[in-house]
Design a protein around this ligand. Structure first.
Ligand code: NAD
Length: 491
């Protein structure tokens, strides 16, 4: 039996003995067997988190003490980086080196929140009355459910766990059932670093089975969720009954605009990376290419040429440039998306199907795909495929480029390429997305906020706001010279 649930400071099996095999997307081999929590386990984890929070065992620590804990976790993650990266690449199918980059980003995330937390002192407010002192204090928000996706499993959970610890919250981590191993490793490190029991808890299993209490139990104060739009809608509805705080990082359909006056060589290269990195399984993937008419043919021809040369391969294939899709069902979704695009009249230029190479036969490999002659009304342009699929639209004017780039229910990120700095500034300001890259696409840093406009989410992770999501704000007004109010007549 496996004991991979962590509840109230103890590693334990599921109370009903449930377990789950994690399969490699590369070849369907079983890479791990983990516990699958029962409803009893979920309720135990919530109870443990609530009790630890209410006991003050962690909230009584100063911000400085908690920052030291978060920094220690960063050190331990760095110590175990390669072991964790191996687990992450086994679960996700991504190359080992990509998983190593992810773990390095996770370490940087913990260091960012350690340093931010250490500076957290609230603030004084001048209320204009000499004998009144007024302070804004920041307090830990409470118990948080931290629910993550499978594409960057450890990174997305780290964006929640690091600020939750720095703020003094208690929490339940729920990684994707497809990719649980790195969350188990992180929880072991949180324990080793000396986190009080009950503060961090780990629940494993499908959201449809273990998710309901995590999002509706009245003992949970905040749900921080990263995942798909539909799940986000379910969570928002369920959270309404108890007016929970919500932090939602949802999907994206991210415009990538290339003006004719851009450095086309750099723009084309970045367009290929933006769409096909991690086989498009990136919330901020630049899969919606919007190109100025005069350079369309050159840009698209070169992208198709490059897409055809991308080398697919598994976690241990050092020559591979991108890996498989996460699962059979996701491959089916991506295939359906392609069929719909063709039915809608988009022109398939390359890809559109599974790789037929013998070495990919057991995995969920899908070829880099480019659709031309797309228009904003097509579902392939509007819907997130979360696969290696680029759609191409044409514009003639700056105003058209902006209008197309904003014609989406999402608002996570976008990029634009132009050699005209004033045009860049105008377009960056007009695009309604949470991150805009100018003459670049994709980078992010822990010090800068990340999150979506419109249906891409609520709230922000990283930056300073990322800590704020886990804090309550209290105003304490102290009158140092008490007197009668004199408002009502003294009868
Ligand atoms: P998903 O919504 O299917 O699942 C995400 C998590 O929610 C998983 O842990 C899952 O088990 C859980 N879950 C599912 N149903 C639930 C329920 N009813 N109650 C509680 N939990 C539930 O998403 P996914 O397929 O794992 O991830 C892909 C999606 O994540 C894409 O849409 C992508 O754009 C998005 N994403 C967004 C960001 C961002 O920063 N905005 C980052 C990464 C991924």
């Amino acid at each position: 039996m496996v004991a991979t649930l962590y509840i109230n400071g103890l590693w334990r099996e599921a109370s009903d003995g449930g377990s789950h095999d994690v399969q490699s997307p590369h070849d369907q081999s079983v890479v791990a067997t983990v516990s699958q929590a029962s409803q009893t386990d979920v309720l135990d984890a919530i109870a443990a988190a609530r009790a630890s929070f209410d006991s003050g065992v962690f909230t009584s620590w100063s911000f400085k003490e908690r920052s030291e804990l978060v920094a220690k976790i960063a050190d331990l993650l760095e110590r175990d980086a390669d072991v964790i990266a191996r687990k992450e690449s086994d679960d996700t199918g991504k190359r080992f080196i990509e998983a190593q980059y992810d773990v390095a980003d996770v370490v940087a995330t913990f260091r960012h929140f350690a340093s931010l937390g250490a500076k957290e002192h609230g603030r004084s407010v001048d209320v204009g009355i000499a004998h009144v002192s007024s302070r804004i204090v920041h307090e830990p928000l409470g118990v948080a459910s931290l629910i993550g996706p499978w594409n960057y499993p450890l990174l997305q959970i780290a964006w929640k766990v690091a600020p939750a610890l720095a703020a003094g919250c208690s929490f339940i981590i729920k990684p994707s059932e497809l990719t649980p191993q790195s969350a188990i490793a992180l929880t072991k490190i949180i324990e080793e670093a000396g986190t009080p029991k009950g503060v961090a808890n780990l629940i494993l299993g499908p959201g449809s089975v273990v998710g309901s209490s995590l999002i509706s139990d009245p003992r949970v104060d905040l749900v921080s969720f990263t995942g798909g739009l539909t799940t986000g809608q379910t969570i928002m509805k369920a959270a309404a009954t108890t007016i929970k705080k919500l932090a939602l990082e949802l999907g994206g359909k991210n415009p990538h605009i290339i003006f004719a006056d851009a450095d086309l060589d750099a723009a084309i290269d970045n367009a290929v990376t933006a769409a096909f990195l991690h086989s498009g399984q990136v919330c901020s993937a630049g899969t919606r290419l919007i190109v100025e008419r005069s350079v369309h043919d050159r840009v698209v021809t070169e992208i198709v040429h490059r897409a055809g040369k991308i080398k697919l391969g598994g976690p241990n294939d050092e020559s591979a440039e991108t890996g498989p899709l996460i699962s059979k069902s996701h491959l089916a979704n991506v295939s359906t998306y392609v069929e719909k695009a063709i039915a809608e009249g988009a022109t398939l230029l390359i890809g559109g199907e599974r790789s037929d190479k013998a070495e990919h036969a057991k995995g969920w490999y899908f070829l880099p795909t480019v659709f031309d002659n797309c228009t904003s009304d097509m579902s392939c342009v509007q819907d997130e495929s979360f696969g290696p699929i680029m759609t191409v639209e044409i514009f003639d004017t700056e105003a058209q480029a902006i209008a197309i780039g904003n014609d989406t229910v999402f608002g996570l990120s976008g990029g634009l390429w132009s050699g005209d700095s004033q045009k860049c500034a105008r377009v960056a300001s007009a695009l309604r997305h949470g991150t805009i890259w100018v003459n670049d696409f994709g980078p992010y840093r822990p010090a800068a906020e990340w999150g979506g406009y419109k249906q891409s989410g609520i709230g922000r992770e990283l930056g300073e706001h990322g800590l704020g999501e886990y804090l309550e704000i209290k105003h304490i007004w102290t009158n140092n010279a008490p007197s009668r109010s004199g408002w009502f007549k003294d009868l």
